[in-house]
Design a protein around this ligand. Sequence first.
Ligand SMILES: Cc1cc2nc3c(=O)[nH]c(=O)nc-3n(C[C@H](O)[C@H](O)[C@H](O)COP(=O)(O)OP(=O)(O)OC[C@H]3O[C@@H](n4cnc5c(N)ncnc54)[C@H](O)[C@@H]3O)c2cc1C
Length: 604
Amino acid sequence: MGKTDTKMLDTDILIAGGGMTGVAAALAAARNGARVILCQDRSVLGGNASSEIRMNISGSSTIGKELETERRESGIIEEIVLECSVRNPQRSASMLDLILYEKCRAEPNLRLLLNTTVIAADVEDSRICSAYAVRESTEESFTIRADIFVDCTGDGRLGFEAGAALTTGREAIVEYNESGASLNRDAYRLGSSLLFTSKDMGRPMPFTPPKWARKFTEEDLKFRNHDTWEFGYWWVEFGGTLDTIKDNEHIRDELLAIMLGVWDHIKNSGNHPDSENWALDWFGFLPGKRESRRFIGEHVLTQNNIQQAIDFDDVIAYGGWSMDTHPPQGIDAKDEEPCNQPFTPYLYGIPLRSMISRNISNLMFAGRNLSATHIAFSSTRVMATCAVMGEGLGTFAATAVKRKLPLGQAWRQSVVVKEAQQQLLRQGAFLPGMMLEGNLAKLARISASSEQKQGTCSNIVDGHTRAVHGEKGVRPDLTTAGTHRWMSDPGDRSPWLELEWEEPVTVSRITIVLDTGLHRLLMLCHLDVIQKYMQWGRPQAETLKEFKLIAHDERGRMEIAHIKDNFQRMIHLPVTLKNLKTLRLEVISTNGLDHARVVEIVCE
Ligand SMILES: Cc1cc2nc3c(=O)[nH]c(=O)nc-3n(C[C@H](O)[C@H](O)[C@H](O)COP(=O)(O)OP(=O)(O)OC[C@H]3O[C@@H](n4cnc5c(N)ncnc54)[C@H](O)[C@@H]3O)c2cc1C
């Protein structure tokens, strides 16, 4: 035995794994009042999005249409992405690490343990009593007791150690009647990848590959586009026929040989003479892992569930990426496309029960180890979807803690699930078919300085916080058509909105939902060509930049907020307004659009 110190830690919720899922889960739980410990085995947060791997955070927003189909994820991930866009025009991968770190550091209820690996669990009567973690950098170990344990490790290490039911590989068609599944069950999965970035150095840059680099011809790469060089390549994929956990070191070695072999082809084959001045400036040594273990939860999400966009009572997140499967042989499947990506017809709901272990009563999970079949996982696995799952999970776990309910009771009680769903909506999350209740603003008479026909001021209390009636939006029975926002007339130089209550109301919180162009792609991405589809490096044009709120309550009329330099979608204002008669929002400027937009005003 070693001589390391073992510290006892006690918390409400332990989250293992600080990828986008774990970070969102930890922030949501801590912001909702639970004491949280987040253990991340590496020195930076973000998992596959971190500077160690550099994959872009995608989600549902690859397709969208203004005022019709707004698919981009909102809530915590939107807060992070908007901040990254404004603070990181240079598209530095390290800036995202920093923003995630800052967000966690800012939460008083959240204790972040970096460089800390969860390696074991103590289980009694199908319940985890404590987890065991080590931090080599300080020669310490931790025994962590919690009410709820959450596995966001991607590989499912905590749940695996606890004996949670799980699966790996690809299901057979007959298991869940999935048309996309294989005839027979197999152990294959999506492979892992190493990415790189490169730069035009303005002068010839020779490249000498290591002698173990693989050799590729143009014919070998005929289905794999390698005409742009600044960021490559997700299809440098290997390990899908192996065990992506146990064979990880071998997979890394082979991926280095492949990645450097592809670069050798670009630089030295003669097929890409324009690459002469280009040189690698970074490449990963840590394989970006797509798939390993998937837990078996109280519900297993299937291809049919997501294609039918089932209206789950316990919907807690949503997805909308394509069902994105790859040949398990990865780059060695030379005669096949590197992916197959059919879209689901609609954005689809993800139920809480897919995050609740079937056999360990206080274990939850989300991210790529969600309880889903291989085909459903191929869509849910993208990181913005992982983050909304994390926010849903964290919010629910904190709700259970607040009510002092064991997890096993909490998820079975619809009133608790509903409380968490309502809180998620309040935070800015989107749950298909669900609306926030109890908005006192609905009782007010609403007027405005001007309005467009498609953006009347009454929209700000209609309960919908995005337009999703268009193609590839949500199931038609889960929304109504409309822009669902106030849009002032472009000729109106001083737009304002006013709410007036006949019967004065008492308000302790005002939430304003602004437009951040959710129909548009927005992600930190090292690929240049994609930048033209985004408004990266600045606030989104639709968002109000500066505005004032003026309230008239029993103390008289007064300015209660003057928001400046805003780029966020959600403005939360704790207030104490008794006998509130009017609330007026005066717009001073937008971030570029020629008219003002407000999506929703909530008074509670
Ligand atoms: C090459 C590649 C391309 C991809 N393309 C895209 C894309 O374009 N867009 C997109 O959104 N997604 C993409 N994906 C998928 C996506 O990256 C993953 O599905 C996603 O990262 C899953 O998020 P996660 O939080 O569940 O897991 P991860 O991102 O893997 O994060 C898990 C974290 O847990 C930590 N951890 C693991 N074990 C422990 C432990 N025992 N204790 C403490 N911490 C632990 C890990 O260090 C890691 O930081 C891609 C993946 C790869 C590999």
